[in-house]
Design a protein around this ligand. Structure first.
Ligand SMILES: [Zn+2]
Ligand SMILES: [Zn+2]
Length: 155
């Protein structure tokens, strides 16, 4: 009986050590993960505490609520958007396929990438990122189908 008791104690100790190791690992992983997704210290502390207290259910909640994009991904996307905008506005080269284009092309004739759109009022080619038309001042509301009516409200 003593031998069985000792065996049980060893099993419980091993199991407890194993669970504590998993617990620490999940907390450490969460801390690393939230730091790559947010610079907000409060968010980092909250996420780490959530997993520290509730562990696996907490981790599940964290998976649902965490920022979908890592900081590195967001940075790369911002850079790509900026590069696209610059290429379209500064050089006569399609940013997607590097084919030579005219400065007033709306679409790339080679790869069909959307480069510009026409102003709904004066119909001049303007960049996709512009909030308004710099030529006539019309607000760039709809990016897709522009209204075809050309009658101006004031003469
Ligand atoms: Zn192209
Ligand atoms: Zn315009």
């Amino acid at each position: 009986m003593v031998l069985a008791e000792r065996g049980l104690r060893v099993t419980v100790t091993v199991l407890a050590t194993y669970l504590v190791a998993i617990w620490i690992a999940t907390i450490w992983w969460t801390y690393r993960d939230i730091r790559s997704r947010s610079t907000d210290v409060w968010l980092q502390v909250t996420a780490t505490l959530l997993v520290a207290v509730f562990n696996f259910p907490g981790l599940l909640i964290y998976f649902i609520l965490r920022p979908q994009q890592t900081l590195a991904q967001g940075y790369v996307e911002a850079l790509e958007e900026e590069a696209w905008r610059r290429t379209v506005s500064d050089s006569n080269v399609c940013p997607a396929c590097q084919e030579t284009i005219e400065p007033d092309f709306l679409l790339c004739p080679s790869c069909q990438a959307r480069l510009r759109r026409t102003c709904s009022r004066c119909e001049r080619p303007i960049l996709l990122s512009w909030k308004l038309c710099p030529y006539c001042g019309a607000a760039a509301g709809s990016t897709g189908s522009a209204p075809t009516t050309s009658s101006a409200p004031r003469g």
